[in-house]
Design a protein around this ligand. Structure first.
Ligand SMILES: Nc1ncnc2c1ncn2[C@@H]1O[C@H](COP(=O)(O)OP(=O)(O)O)[C@@H](O)[C@H]1O
Ligand SMILES: [Mg+2]
Length: 271
């Protein structure tokens, strides 16, 4: 796709062609330019990090990818095709799932039921059809349950499957949110600060799960993260944003040695 040569990473993973191509994206809120003419791509199979200070426009960029925000300028290309303006549910059907900076789960519902909501984009049988063709709906339910059970095993949350999400500690809620996103079996997974507010042990767990998802399901991942150690460990390539502009783009080593990035972001302490 796009004539970009696939390559193999230092740890032996295959990176393919361009999956998502953001071209000249500009996004404004009234007078505020949250994203200023940014272009970058996400390649098949890679873990792509987006970093930058608060207010840089990172979440806005994920919101453009997932169809929550619509840019005033620029083009979004997915799998070699220009994507028309889409609603979030339509983007989800393309195989793009996400988690949110602030956890968005149903606190009163069980872990299992929350994860099942991640299957909604795959449910072909509507409510009326379910009432009429009960058998078909039941078959679909069984298939959905199988996918969900596989993810519950994978993320090691069997013990809390019946627990209402509201009762869980923060780190586990984040894991359930990841599970819900994975239930959609996405091609591209967007994670907005998946480790924010976690302690060291929780961060290590989450890092391992993100690597395992990439490795075992082949899921392409774009994530926003502040912990530079995590970014350096996890990501194949990093985009650096500052005040809506892109100030760096490359391998972790490249951006770490980029003077503009050091001045704007890496030189100062972060949480
Ligand atoms: N829905 C919105 N309405 C108005 N301004 C917004 C909205 N979302 C983001 N912004 C503004 O866009 C800029 C970038 O925000 P954001 O994308 O959340 O940054 P980051 O995730 O890098 O911290 C900020 O100035 C923020 O106030
Ligand atoms: Mg943000």
């Amino acid at each position: 796709m796009d004539g970009v040569a696939p390559y193999v990473t230092a740890d032996g993973r295959q990176i393919g062609g361009v999956l998502m191509d953001m071209r000249g994206i500009t996004l404004r809120f009234g007078g505020v330019e949250a994203i200023k003419n940014i272009s970058f791509d996400i390649r098949e199979g890679e873990i792509r990090a987006i970093i930058g200070p608060n207010g840089a426009g990172k979440s806005s960029m994920l919101n453009v990818i997932s169809g929550f925000y619509h840019p005033q300028d620029g083009e979004v290309w997915f799998r070699g095709e220009k994507r028309p303006p889409m609603k979030p549910y339509q983007v989800a059907r393309l195989g793009i799932a996400r988690t949110f900076q602030n956890i968005a789960l149903f606190e009163g519902m069980s872990v299992l039921d929350n994860i099942m909501t991640g299957r909604l984009t795959h449910m072909k049988t509507g409510l009326l059809a379910q009432a009429i063709w009960k058998g078909k709906a039941e078959a679909e339910e069984v298939a959905n349950r199988e996918v969900v059970e596989k993810i519950i095993d994978f993320l090691e949350i069997q013990a809390i499957r019946k627990t209402p999400v509201g009762r869980l500690p923060y780190g586990l809620k984040k894991r359930v949110e990841l599970a819900r996103a994975l239930a959609a079996e996405p091609k591209l997974l967007l994670l907005d600060e998946p480790m924010a507010g976690m302690n060291v042990e929780e961060k290590e767990d989450m890092s391992r799960f993100i690597l395992d998802v990439n490795d075992e399901f082949g899921t392409t991942i774009a994530l926003i993260e502040h912990d530079m150690g995590v970014v350096m460990d996890l990501s194949d390539r990093v985009v650096v944003m500052d005040y809506g502009r892109k100030i760096g783009d490359g391998t972790p080593d490249e951006v770490r040695n980029n003077q503009e990035v050091i001045d704007a972001y890496l030189g100062v302490a972060h949480e």
